[in-house]
Design a protein around this ligand. Structure first.
Ligand code: PSV
Ligand code: MN
Length: 388
């Protein structure tokens, strides 16, 4: 079985991208509970994200959502981020909040609506060159609520043509990632409901198009690690949107609802060559902190990913392989479970201390005055929120 010392080089390379929207107010369709100190603009969101990286060393970039994070000067926002020790990351497009998109965007039957949605993505690509971002992430709310409402087949064709036009604008070192989601806001059919549809659409585009897997976007009981394995095998896993869920797309803290599932996913990531800076797989969070404080919510999240990654890296692959070859079902399963039950927290704490990081980043944040300061300073102005 590998020792903790065997995996520290791999752990040191871990990078998890934070979503700018995790720092703004969010809620459910029933109520948004505003929190004191919440950022009023993208600059303040990035300042908060930088705290997570400062205390964990795990979160060197921040994803933006357009238009939520529109600013006059993206070069200035980029410099602001760099001054705080982080980079601007994935640009997320948004075609789900405009009146025009009520019946769809890139898959809409009206060419004028599709034009508007395509132009929005071309604008996002322009922003990517200013922010230095590699990935354009597309998630579409497109779908229908009632059988017969629209022609699913032609919508798929419209989607393919729209994506082709967007893809043509993607730069040589940029990528397009297409996220799928089983349902919501559409309740009968969704135009990109599953990994297979996303895979079919991105492979038709070319080598710079990949699938984004959001862990909250599947039917209950879906074997997500199987999808991870398959997409890695096919060379099309571009990124993760990590979060956790009990019921639907709950957007809770990753690893909170089902740590074992997170472990199983990460085992397949490591097995399939999806871990590490050269793997081409981006680890991102896509979460909302509706009732807990946002910065510690994000710190807890990246630590959860790190802990499960360490356990996945500690899996005794040789032993597992031998047990599998021998057809020893129980031995194979117990080797797998040994890695899951391994408590890596003391080793990680000591390792952080050796690297000039707080042993316990949650406590370090609680003991800092950052939360108090933002609550005192960020008075007046409109607080940022999911959707604004
Ligand atoms: C959709 O539910 C989604 O997962 C997409 O990634 C969006 O961009 C994000 O949530 C917004 O919270
Ligand atoms: Mn997502």
């Amino acid at each position: 079985m590998p020792s903790f010392a065997d995996i520290t080089a791999a752990l040191a390379a871990q990078a998890i991208e934070l979503p700018s929207w995790a720092f703004g107010n969010s809620g459910t369709r029933f109520r948004v509970f505003p929190q004191a100190g919440v950022p009023r603009d993208p600059y303040e969101k990035i300042a908060d994200a930088a705290q997570v990286h400062r205390l964990t060393g795990l979160a060197p970039s921040v994803a933006l959502h357009i238009p939520w994070d529109e600013v006059d000067d993206f070069g200035a926002l980029r410099r602001h981020a760099e001054d705080l020790g982080v980079a601007l990351g994935t640009i997320n497009s948004n075609t789900f909040q405009d009146e025009t998109y009520k019946l769809g965007s890139l898959a809409h039957r009206d060419p004028a609506v599709r034009r508007k949605a395509i132009d929005h993505h071309l604008r996002c690509i322009e922003i990517m060159s200013e922010t230095g971002s590699r990935d354009l992430k597309i998630w579409l709310a497109d779908g229908t609520n009632y059988p017969g409402q629209d022609d699913m087949r032609s919508r798929q064709d419209h989607l393919a043509a729209s994506l082709q036009e967007i893809y043509a604008a993607i730069g040589g070192d940029q990528r397009l990632v297409l996220e799928y989601k089983i349902f919501e806001p559409a309740f009968y059919h969704t135009d990109v409901p599953d990994w297979g549809t996303s895979y079919a659409q991105v492979t038709a585009l070319g080598e710079k198009a990949f699938v984004c897997l959001d862990t909250g976007h599947h039917a209950p009981s879906t074997n997500i690690e199987f999808i991870v394995m398959q997409l890695l095998r096919l060379g099309r896993l571009g990124s993760f949107d990590f979060n956790s869920r009990f019921y639907a797309d709950d957007d809770l803290i990753v690893g909170a609802a089902d740590p074992f599932q997170l472990f199983r996913i990460l085992v397949e990531v490591v097995r399939g060559g999806g871990y590490g800076p050269d793997s081409g797989v981006a680890f991102m969070l896509d979460q909302c902190h509706n009732i807990e404080k946002k910065i510690p919510g994000q710190i807890r999240s990246v630590l959860n990913v790190q802990e499960m990654t360490a356990r996945a890296l500690l899996l005794d692959r040789d032993g597992l392989d031998a047990a599998q070859r021998a057809g020893d079902v129980l031995a194979a399963n117990s080797i797998f479970m040994d890695a899951f039950y391994r408590d890596v927290r003391p080793d990680l704490a000591a390792w952080r201390a050796e690297h000039g990081l707080p042993e316990d980043p949650m406590r370090a944040f609680a003991e800092s005055d950052y939360q108090e300061r933002i609550e005192a300073e960020r008075v007046g102005g409109a607080q940022a929120g999911w959707g604004a």
